[in-house]
Design a protein around this ligand. Structure first.
Ligand SMILES: Cc1cc2nc3c(=O)[nH]c(=O)nc-3n(C[C@H](O)[C@H](O)[C@H](O)COP(=O)(O)OP(=O)(O)OC[C@H]3O[C@@H](n4cnc5c(N)ncnc54)[C@H](O)[C@@H]3O)c2cc1C
Length: 455
């Protein structure tokens, strides 16, 4: 039985778990490094978070600081575009979500946890690795026990790693991770006057780049613009994060047009090496949560939902199943793997060109097919399934995944079109050439950033 818990990390996963535990009357402390950067990724939410925000009692406060989001779109320089509108799925899942200012969102979660009575220790937890029955495990060092008011000799029943990409426990215990296929780096910043190509309120617009993709997330008063590309390819756009972000925008016709009047109003942040899943999620008295367990990919914005969902899943397994802690954690891990695999499969359709190709064929069928055509009447079902998949409401559903699989197989007869719609991770020789031209013209107009290019 778990009666006391120490959570390390006060991001969405750690704070949500703390709230849920506190609501159950479980003694819980959160160690918090309290170093929130001014800008953080995780700015766009999927509708599947809404029931969790309501359970946490913070939907209205989130709405007050955020921009409503009614869908997403992926567009390509070749003119293809696919739009996703969130649909209503019963009372629980509304047809919207929010684009959030992340630092404020985290502060809000923390304030809510404090309001519920959670204790925060404004320092990093110190942990020691010990040998227990021939296995390495973790214990809180006595100074951290004392700081949290625990007895020097009695450990909390469960230690939770919610340190996100810092992956504290995995590093201490040498837990390996399975890595995803891409090796991307993301650079992003906030801009004013970045023109939107949105067709829906708060629509997040993704743009396929020659070797990656870009996001535009409308927030209150600013637009978050990020580029995600292969780390080696990114180096060819410049030395610094600022140079790279600006050069990618200048190099892509769609972004250049949207950003013609842009003014950057924040520093440029960088994230890399994020597609991974820990090979173990729990052990004797410890468990991994949120990004500390794993992160799929930023493409469809599943991260904050997965972080909050991991907190809810763990809490339910620990307190609603009567299973011993070890079994409850094993079940939690298996459910998290299912989620991770389902998002990963879905994201593949975006990277390999099937989603854009399917969107192209769907439009064609809607416009051309006769009133009696079966395909024409299947279209609302496909739209509903797609909405369930990308909103997180039905991402794990075998039925939805099967419909997506069969629809793409059926609609994309000409597989050569995949090539034109895929999001590649390497620069083609033509791209390299045009990048050289861009550099030359940037030098002529010296206001443009200096771009370092490999010959
Ligand atoms: C490029 C990119 C874009 C993304 N875009 C989106 C998006 O649009 N939408 C979305 O939903 N998700 C997005 N994500 C993912 C999202 O940001 C994460 O999934 C989410 O923040 C995970 O929450 P978390 O609580 O697990 O970890 P985090 O948010 O990383 O929180 C971890 C916390 O632990 C603290 N900490 C770290 N080490 C210690 C320590 N030793 N002691 C105490 N505290 C510590 C940190 O300061 C932090 O507060 C994106 C990710 C990337 C890489």
């Amino acid at each position: 039985m778990v009666n006391s818990v120490a959570i390390i990390g006060a991001g969405p996963s750690g704070c949500a778990l703390a709230c849920f535990l506190q609501q159950r009357g479980v003694e819980c402390v959160v160690y918090d490094s309290d170093k929130t950067p001014p800008l953080m990724v995780g700015e766009s939410l999927v509708p599947a978070v809404m029931p969790i925000l309501r359970r946490l009692g913070i939907e209205q406060q989130v709405a007050d600081i955020s921009h409503i989001k009614r869908g997403a779109a992926l567009r390509h320089g070749n003119g293809n575009r696919v739009d996703f509108t969130f649909q209503n799925f019963g009372k629980k899942f509304p047809d919207y979500s929010y684009n959030i200012p992340r630092p404020q969102f985290d502060r809000l979660l923390k304030a809510r946890a404090k309001e519920l009575g959670v204790r925060f220790i404004e320092q990093r937890a110190r942990l020691t690795v010990i040998d227990h029955d021939g296995k390495h495990t973790l214990r809180l060092a006595s100074e951290s026990l004392l700081a949290a008011g625990f007895n020097r000799k009695s450990q909390p029943d469960l230690l939770v790693d919610a340190t996100g990409r810092a992956r504290l426990f995995s590093k201490l215990l040498n837990i390996p991770a399975s890595r995803g296929p891409r090796n991307d780096v993301a650079h992003f910043a906030h801009y004013q006057n970045f023109k939107s190509d949105a067709k829906l309120e708060g629509q997040v617009v993704l743009t396929a780049l020659n070797c990656g993709w870009s996001w535009q997330i409308p927030l209150k008063g600013v637009t978050s613009v990020g580029v995600v590309m292969n780390s080696d390819a990114a180096k060819q756009y410049g030395r610094s994060a600022e140079q790279r972000l600006e050069a990618v925008i200048e190099h892509n016709a769609l972004l250049k047009q949207s950003g013609a009047q842009r003014q950057r109003v924040s520093e440029v942040m960088t994230y890399s090496n994020y597609q991974l899943m820990a090979d173990r999620a729990h052990g004797d008295g410890w468990v991994l949560l949120g990004d500390a367990l794993g992160f799929v990919d930023p493409m469809l914005s599943p991260g904050v939902f997965m972080a909050l969902n991991s907190a809810e899943l763990l809490e339910k397994q620990l307190f609603e199943t009567n299973k011993p802690v070890n079994q409850a954690c094993a079940h939690y891990y298996s459910k998290m793997r299912d989620w991770h695999d389902a998002w990963s499969r879905l994201i593949t359709y975006f990277y390999d060109g099937r989603m854009l190709s399917m969107g192209q064929m769907r439009d064609h069928i809607r416009d051309q097919s006769s009133i009696l055509s079966i395909s024409r009447y299947a279209e609302p079902l496909v739209s509903r399934v797609l909405s369930q998949l990308v909103s997180g409401v039905g991402t794990c559903s075998d039925f939805n995944q099967a419909v997506l699989h069969h629809t793409t197989e059926h609609l994309i007869k000409d597989k050569t079109c995949l090539h034109y719609n895929q999001i590649s991770s390497a620069l083609s020789p033509q791209d390299q050439h045009s990048l050289l031209s861009l550099q030359a013209s940037s030098r002529m107009h010296s206001a443009a950033p200096d771009i370092a290019i490999k010959a």
